[in-house]
Design a protein around this ligand. Sequence first.
Ligand code: F6R
Length: 627
Amino acid sequence: MCSIFGIIIKQKTETTPIESTLTALKMLEYRGYDSAGIASKGDKALQIWKTQNKDNKAEGVDMLRKQMTEMGVISFPTQIVIGHTRWATHGEISQKNAHPHSSQDGNFAIVHNGIIENYIELKEFLRSKGYYSVSDTDTEVLVNLIEYRWNETGRISFEVAVRQAVSEIEGAFAIAVITSSEDKMIVASRSGGLFVGITAYGFVIASDQSALVAHTKDCFEVESDCLVVLTPEKYEKRTIVSNQEVVPDIKKIELEISQIQKNGYEYFMQKEIFEQPKTLTDALRGRVRPFEGIIKLRGIEEHLRRIVQAKKITIIGCGTSWHAGLVGEYLFEQFTRIPVEVEYASEFVHRNPILGEKDIVIAISQSGETADTLEALALAKKSRATVIGLCNVVSSKIARMAGVGVYLHVGPEISVASTKAFTGQVAVLTAIALLVGRQKGTITESDYMRHITELAELPSVVEKYLPYFDIVAKEIAYEQLHSDHALYLGRGYNFPVALEGALKLKEISYIHAEGYPAAEMKHGPIALIDEKMPVIVIAPQGDETYKKIIGNIQEIRARSGRVIAIATEGDTEIVSLVEKVIYIPRASEHLIPIIAVVPLQLIAYHNAVMKGLNPDKPRHLAKSVTV
Ligand code: F6R
């Protein structure tokens, strides 16, 4: 949610600092694209350029580059630059609300990610001191406060002014501030999620390690309640409140540039859908070992006994991660016979949940930064339940807070709509459920062996079907989805898949879509069926719900609805009942979600592209929901 990038250099670099900032902001734009802006320190004053995203085109950084190129300022002589892409919280999407914000007298410029909760009180206070805001943002209040404290303390120290001002604000934040009076950049955080990269020519800062890789692989985090003062030559990390020096924990970034590029695909979403055979392999590699007949999940090994003895498992997450959690509910109940509850993280925190020492809480989050999931996790930790994190981003906040967990290892997910993370989450949940079930004795040895073999083969199954899914999904997106509404139906394991298919369609194609358990249709949604309504039904053979689902399809047909079915290869009967069929291979019912979701991802993707929408950056959304 919002992205920050900055650079401070001691010697000339191949690309100018402004050019490097624009390139990094383009990469980070998936975190928020309501506007983009850059501030840099010139000889005497700070310069700011910014632009707002127009018509939901999500091309703010491109527009900024164009503007700055036309103005001839890309090679503006500077050693210090900060940049930002915004996901609006306080104040509409506009030029005046775009970051960076300058202080009233122009001595400071700031970029900010987070929310300043007491900004109204601070704004009042500053107004009484003669400071007026130009924008509607909470951020401008902070930069004015820095300037006010700087003036008040005799303009002696930039650092003292920043330290004092950030101590007065409430809420979580990550900021980068520069001044016209010193060759310094100060970054501070009360939430973590800001990284400093160390290079031969100086330092780079970013809210996501992926933006540092073009410069360096050595970085450290600006942890919560820390502040780092950067000059072109050195850095100093200290605590905000007690001003104690902190030795940074310098780590290597485990990312290759190719992982964060499109590599020939038109969009990241397309790349990430097509990567799934590989990402599923990576998620299962070394963990699911059919030849040895074992599942090895080091991250939870020590806690396995507690999981086996658990009274209840509660799964928390948001959006797509919550859908993966719903599949997890079926998996754990089938294989371990442990009761499971799946909760929206945002609701969980307000429910005073009943949890104790014998409970297990699994927090699922691709980014590992989602504020609601983080808050829910903190609550679960207090209850002394065993908390397990299922995150993709290594060392992310949720992963660290959980302490115990399994990484997805599906690589960076850049498209806002989650795809490969979902299949990775379900694959890892399947492995955990099978492992616990075996330990608990709730699954027979022969079933266990059969299931782990089938799980290990899943990536190649997805690989084989992907080209076919792509062709049919494109046809459906072009021929069947001309409505403003769509229904997705599934039963059992495939109910969460219906929810996920509907979510993908609404978020990137802006078609109103609903996912339902197929049998629920007759309790209300059936009233929506008419000849214009496409209904996508996940109807695999092989379990007892198949006949019932066929019954549901008949009910839709009887009301002139248009059915698109996801059916098992070889099911010729269904052809006469529906407008279009997507065949999936025969597989155990618990593995169908990972296969069946892929054509649904592709339908949404093609529909968005067909409409000229950018599937990577749907309107109003951002990748990491950190507020
Ligand atoms: C949907 C989507 C979101 C996320 C949700 C949780 O495509 O991406 O619904 O799944 O915001 O994000 P994480 O998994 O990062 O906690």
